[in-house]
Design a protein around this ligand. Structure first.
Ligand code: NDP
Length: 400
């Protein structure tokens, strides 16, 4: 039973807010605060009368610590759920420290001017959060998020030692556009146009963007090409899973997406270097974001399924063992339930669950933690209850 301040009101926040309202026993009262207040008001209007959760809205610039502190002091939430963009992580963490409030997010900090995301900036807050007696839960989406919970669960229940993890993120959805991104285009394109990398024997092995390609037959989706990407949970899992020798992350992309992205890259549209245009400085990638379809608008048009999970290889009772934990989610089912496609859904549900477990003190230790550092069992139970049931395969096809 508690109060949550939710910052941001985009695709992921929309789902998390629907889910908080379904779970009004835990979320008695929420305050939705974002840059554009009209979006918060629209959602409030849509949900009020259908939920027992009391909903408030506010305008906030989450880049401004003072504004955030005033907002938090006025509402006194038990937890702040950051569903704005990775650029706002540190200002929101500063405001949480100043007000001694718990913090949850779904993506690690990334400076606006360098396309490089790393945990180091947020891990630097560890001592200060511990001294303040508050918890920061980092990466409570699907990947990162559920992938870390799956890893902790596999280690707790299925293995004595995990040596290899392959995270496979498959989106078999079709939105009918030649090119669109399923979540914030700027964040998405920065991620996929960066060099790939994986963690092996205690160090990073770097690849060119999209250099490593594999085909995999996904249950519920079928055969898809997938590409090795750098992904943020590799960094924390490499440290938090003892005995790990290699972790890789693969994401599926269709040929049309790759061809368009290559072309946009070749003409300079994915650059984050500001350029002069009609007497004004603009960032090409931000301009591109403005002309692409809003991910929130893809919901009604997207059909098909996602299949995201982790294949583990390791040892149990002295014997080799493989184990695959995954979730299949249907775009249209998500749309029917909360008016959004599966990418936002698979992120918004774990965001709600993470906030709930911090709020009700099921997960209660002061400091800054990645999700795999907590007991996975209550989270796994909640995934089944709140719309992301997981499946197991004890004899999966491995990725070479
Ligand atoms: P959207 O762009 O749809 O939403 C972002 C929201 O944040 C918008 O409402 C935006 O306001 C608001 N916002 C941006 N800047 C500020 C600011 N300075 N002050 C206040 N509000 C601000 O993004 P998504 O919902 O797709 O993504 C949200 C987060 O989830 C991102 O960090 C993304 O990286 C992460 N994510 C994580 C995944 C995972 O599995 N872990 C998967 C997908 C996403 P406005 O409406 O005015 O633009």
């Amino acid at each position: 039973m508690g109060k949550a301040l939710i910052i941001g009101c985009g695709g992921v926040a929309g789902v998390a807010i629907h889910k908080c309202c379904q779970n009004s026993e835990a979320f008695e009262e929420i305050l939705i605060a974002s840059r554009t207040k009209s979006k918060c008001d629209k959602l409030k209007e849509e949900l009020e009368g259908k939920t027992k959760t009391i909903i408030h809205t506010a305008q906030v610039d989450a880049d401004n610590v003072d504004e955030l502190v005033t907002l938090i002091n006025g509402f006194k939430p038990d937890v702040v759920l950051n569903l704005a963009l990775p650029y706002q992580d540190l200002t929101i963490m500063d405001a949480c420290l100043a007000t001694k409030t718990n913090y949850v997010d779904t993506a690690n900090y990334e400076p606006l001017d360098t396309a490089k995301f790393e945990y180091k900036w947020q891990w630097e807050y560890r001592e200060r959060f511990e001294e303040a007696g508050i918890t920061a839960l980092l990466g409570s989406g699907f990947d990162p998020g559920v992938t870390g919970v799956f890893s902790a669960y596999a280690l707790k229940h299925e293995f004595d030692e995990i040596n290899y993890i392959d995270i496979l993120d498959c989106n078999g959805g079709d939105h009918g556009y030649p090119f669109a991104t399923n979540f914030n285009p700027e964040i998405n394109i920065r991620e996929v146009s960066a060099n790939g990398s994986y963690w092996e024997n205690g160090q990073w092995v770097e690849t060119k963007p999209m250099e490593i390609k594999r085909e995999y037959d996904f249950e519920g989706v079928g055969k898809k090409d997938m590409y090795l990407l750098h992904h943020e949970e590799l960094e924390s899992l490499g440290i938090n899973i003892p005995g790990i020798k290699r972790i890789r992350f693969f994401m599926t992309f269709g040929q049309s997406y790759i061809t368009h992205l290559k072309c946009l890259e070749n003409v300079g549209m994915t650059s984050i270097e500001p350029i002069e245009f009609e007497g004004k400085q603009i960032v090409p990638l931000q301009f591109l974001k403005a002309v692409l379809p809003d991910p929130a608008s893809l919901g009604p048009r997207t059909v098909g399924k996602t299949n995201i999970g982790c294949i583990f290889q390791g040892k149990k009772d002295g014997k080799d063992k493989t184990y695959y934990l995954y979730n299949i989610c249907d775009h249209q089912e998500c749309y029917k339930e909360v008016g959004s496609q599966a990418i936002s859904y698979t992120t918004g549900v774990p965001a709600m669950i993470g906030a709930m477990l911090i709020m009700d003190k099921t997960w209660n230790k002061p400091g800054v933690f990645n999700i795999e550092e907590f007991d996975p069992d209550p989270f796994m139970e909640a995934l089944n209850k709140w719309g992301l049931p997981w499946q197991e395969d004890f004899n999966p096809t491995l990725v070479d």
